[in-house]
Write a protein that binds this ligand. Structure first.
Ligand SMILES: Nc1ncnc2c1ncn2[C@@H]1O[C@H](COP(=O)(O)OP(=O)(O)OP(=O)(O)O)[C@@H](O)[C@H]1O
Ligand code: SF4
Ligand SMILES: [Mg+2]
Length: 402
């Protein structure tokens, strides 16, 4: 059975920001899916939605089938169990996600005690094993978070995410705050652990090159939509959607000095999710937009049957070679067409992205040890429960708005 099957997922925040718009994604056990896109395109919102960690009052639609069970239709007790044993999430900024006054061994043991019904000795032993699995001596279990380096703390977060043997691990920018060497170590560690344990992985990053290197498949998001999805190397090296292509061109290629000294960029800003342009949301920035793109939106459709690659572009439905020729045609510095839309300077994509990141991080920060953080969706029962459960907890349920 497919591990994760996301169908037509829609998320709108209380202020009206349509952060995720009709996303369809699937993930098989043991598969690694990378999600990339500019700041504010909805990556963290998608991740939070998968475990119902969005703020109260957020409207969520569609289906999220985890091992065939719809997460959006689950009762809250079931959601809490699924958050550890079914799927877990690693946020960036481990210092904020760990409880400063508890030893790390206790924090790792806590979900094992609760969700695996282990004895105290058994949970402690398992915490030690998990620390060793992530490359830390078991004796470090007695350390407090401030006694560890940033990279070590992120290893602890990974140990915690694996504590209840979840089928799916979601890593949202797990290495952003770390230096380059430690970033590489942590990414390799996540990749190895996931491969060894046949766990599904969703890795979120701005860095398409890293994702292409780490993941089997890649999904590129723009303005709340997946605009291209397919085998990682194909999407990185030969994208069919003009935005995915521009994102990929922003990364220098090894062995190509020209790209190293003149990495391509994309003019303009991402649109404000509360005031999206009509038609294809990318049209104000698209170098190959047609007149019809200002009024006609494009669904994600098969662009390459052999690899199952999908792209949401008017050119993607053409024969593979023809589509590639159109999308490849313009130079990277092609001027942005003068079309109307909300995506121009002043749109708050960057700022909003920062807000979004904070929402995710705050949640994990507030919920503390071993808690993936929680807040209700539009589900009233959930809102009440989240508000009533408090912060420091075992399951860490907390409403970010209540
Ligand atoms: N709690 C919130 N309330 C209202 N709007 C929000 C909230 N969290 C995020 N948003 C908005 O939703 C959109 C998507 O944000 P999200 O954090 O998912 O982006 P992201 O792709 O993860 O960005 P980044 O790469 O910066 O982390 C942004 O426009 C953001 O402003
Ligand atoms: S549908 Fe039109 S505007 Fe959108 S990416 Fe394709 S060519 Fe560009
Ligand atoms: Mg984010």
């Amino acid at each position: 059975m497919t591990l994760l099957d996301v169908q037509n997922l829609e998320v709108t925040y209380p202020g009206g920001a349509a952060a995720v718009r009709g996303v369809d994604l699937t993930l098989e056990a043991g598969q690694k899916l990378g999600i990339a896109g500019e700041s504010g395109c909805g990556k963290s919102t998608l991740a939070l939605a998968l475990l119902r960690l969005l703020p109260a009052g957020t409207t969520v639609g569609g289906r999220i089938l985890l091992d065939g069970e719809d997460v959006l239709a689950m009762k809250w007790g079931r959601v809490r169990a699924v958050r550890w044993a079914g799927a877990s999430i690693v946020f960036q900024g481990a210092m904020h996600s760990l409880n400063a006054v508890h030893r790390i061994g206790d924090q790792i043991a806590e979900p094992i005690l609760l969700h695996r019904r282990a004895t105290a000795a058994g949970a402690r032993r398992r915490a030690g094993e998990l620390l060793e699995q992530v490359g830390l001596p078991a004796a470090r279990a007695s350390a407090y978070p401030h006694e560890l380096s940033g990279g070590q703390r992120q290893r602890v977060m990974i140990a915690m995410a694996l504590a209840c043997d979840p089928g799916l691990v979601i890593a949202d920018e797990p290495t952003t705050a770390l230096d380059v060497m430690i970033q590489a170590q942590i990414l390799r560690l996540i990749e190895e652990l996931v491969s060894e344990q046949d766990v599904g992985l969703i890795m979120i990053s701005h860095d398409l090159a890293v994702l292409a290197d780490t993941c089997d498949r890649l999904a590129v998001m723009y303005a709340g939509r997946v605009v291209e999805e397919g085998p990682a190397a194909r999407v990185f090296d030969d994208a069919r959607h003009p935005y995915a292509r521009a994102l990929s061109a922003a990364f220098p290629r090894i062995g190509d000095p020209a790209s190293r000294f003149a990495p391509a960029g994309l003019a303009g800003d991402p649109p404000d999710p509360s005031a999206l342009p009509g038609g294809c949301a990318f049209h104000p920035r698209c170098p190959v937009a047609l007149e019809s793109c200002a009024t006609e939106d494009q669904p994600l459709r098969l662009a390459d049957a052999a690899t199952g690659r999908r792209a949401a572009c008017v050119h993607a439905g053409a024969g593979a070679e023809e589509a590639a020729a159109v999308v490849h045609a313009p130079a990277a510095d092609t001027p942005v067409p003068d079309t109307s839309g909300a995506g121009g300077p002043g749109a708050d994509g960057d700022d909003s992205g920062a807000t979004g990141s904070r929402a995710g991080t705050d949640d994990s920060e507030a919920t503390g040890p071993g808690a993936p953080g929680c807040a209700a969706t539009s589900d009233a029962e959930g809102a009440t429960e989240a508000a009533g459960t408090g912060t420091a907890g075992t399951d860490g349920a907390r409403s970010t708005t209540a």
